[in-house]
Design a protein around this ligand. Sequence first.
Ligand code: AFP
Length: 334
Amino acid sequence: MAKLTTLHEFIMDRQGDFPYATGELSRLLSDISVASKVVSNDVRRAGLMDDIIGAQGNTNIQGEEQQKLDVIADNAFISVFKTGGEVCGIASEENDDFMPFESEFSKGGKYVVLFDPLDGSSNIDVNVSIGTIFSIYRRVSEKGSPATLADMLQEGAKQIAAGYVLYGSSTMLVYTTGFGVNGFTLDPSIGEFCLSHPKMQMPTTGRMYAMNEGNINICDPGIKEYIETYCQQILEGASKPYSGRYIGSLVADFHRNLIKGGIYIYPSTTVDPDGRLRLLYECNPLAFIAEQAGGLATTGHDRVMDIVPKELHERIPFFIGSKEMVEQAMNFLK
Ligand code: AFP
């Protein structure tokens, strides 16, 4: 068997991509991998443990019912960020406000992390793939002081790194630091993420579309037209229409499209006029990965990573995936 490259080895080898690197980003990425192994372990045995599965009994700021695993995952990540020393504050989908870390040790950290600890958590009880999505920015506030809201509200184009962990048929960590996208599969026998998907590229087009089509009559009619014209017809040279594939876990739908080609659409609707997905925790990190892999992420009109965020839990309409497919869909909205 060929020697496997572990995530840790890979991160260390890549430190040279940043000429003045001090190793903090490398340590932060390693910390994320540690927390994700803890969460993966809990996800894998959720069905057996009453203290892991089911609703927590609270709703989060989004008005969504929090699952016990949402809270467990949130705490696992916050705990590694608080104790690592590289991060001066975080914002998470599960918390109303951002969290500046108060210790002297953390105040010296130069990064902030914004994350969705468990995306697709309504799928937990039915054993369908879920994931963690994260985004790392360099702080804009002065080092040595607590993190501020301005540290959190930066355009996606300023991300230093972004990634996700998919708790699927295997656990995978996929990330970028702006030098391409690489994917690592957790080998449970050695407890290490190992490089399994080097230099990931999203096909420029694909044959799968993901949308909650229950919303088809409450969104821009251009979307229905796009789906009827491109996705549900037998196009020239094809033997059948595209396949509709909607998991309801963005991270899982995105991962499939990253590998096989496809488009994910969550437009604004009359029920959610700003869309449903969160700019800071879901859209920006996946947009960074998509672009690094040759894909595209827009609101249907504008590039996601150019949006200047106005608030922490801001939502946007989201079109992400294979470049040609996203461009085609956008043409119907003009
Ligand atoms: P949850 O994390 O609250 O389950 O939300 C999942 C999500 O943000 C995204 O992962 C899904 O694609 C989308 O929402 C599902 O929304 P619908 O249930 O409206 O289709």
